[in-house]
Ligand binder design. Sequence first.
Ligand code: NAI
Length: 266
Amino acid sequence: MNDTLFSVSDQVVIVSGGSRGIGRAIAKGFAERDSKVVITGRDESSLAVAVEEIGTCGGSVTPVVCDVAKPDDIEQLVAQVIEDFGHIDTLVNVAGVNRRKPALDVSEDDYDFILDINLKGAFLLSQAVGRHMVERGSGCQINIASLNTDRPLKDVLPYAMSKAGIAHMTRGLALEWGPSGVRVNGIAPGFILTDLTQKLWSDETMQEWGKTNTPQQRLGVPEDMVGTAIFLASPAASFMTGQTLYVDGGYTAGWNWPIPEGGGQR
Ligand code: NAI
């Protein structure tokens, strides 16, 4: 059977924050499945490195500099992709940053830095691409949320607020654009080892805690996100919109506790 159910072949896909980590893995996943991928990031040199690392696979990878905190960059990106490729099938909103500190120590600069990129930038990019998708009558958007989306981890409040906003944005846009054939979903990754989190997870106590509380007993890698992104962009997810899928090794399934062997029965 030539199964096209999970095919993303020939799709034009924009991945914001595609220069490293989760974004680069997702971009590679699409390119390997014959998509035409546009990766964006803040500087040309790291994008060039990413293009090289993704290498030549079935599809193509085109770098475009776009700082999602700069609305003009977003408009230029979308105009350029439409000019070069004619349309956009899928947008993956990955670009994100964090500064970990207690709420009392968060400066206005910290707050603006995080929210401008993680939430405002994602919204403006969704909107710019959405205008085109709604007019075309089809399209798919995937927003990267977080474990912080439903319940905040301690000491990362602006980040957690931005990710709660991402899930709300996902549902709200799904409501507005569903009638126009545009689907909007999210992926909430668990604890994934990337440049954003490397330092945190190099702490042994943190590693132990992460493994203890993740039923699959390991931290995630960026490649763990690829299958879900491909699924959401493919015809297999054609009746799915407004959902955020947790890809977290089971972290949110329930609470682990140090119950004695045998269930602690007397
Ligand atoms: P990373 O730091 O390795 O990659 C972040 C990417 O976003 C980079 O390509 C960076 O250049 C890009 N970026 C940052 N600011 C940007 C801006 N203003 N404009 C355009 N691009 C920008 O981080 P990682 O871990 O790969 O994170 C990717 C996404 O996944 C983020 O949204 C993050 O919040 C989210 N996430 C990560 C988790 C983890 O454990 N690593 C867990 C849950 C969510």
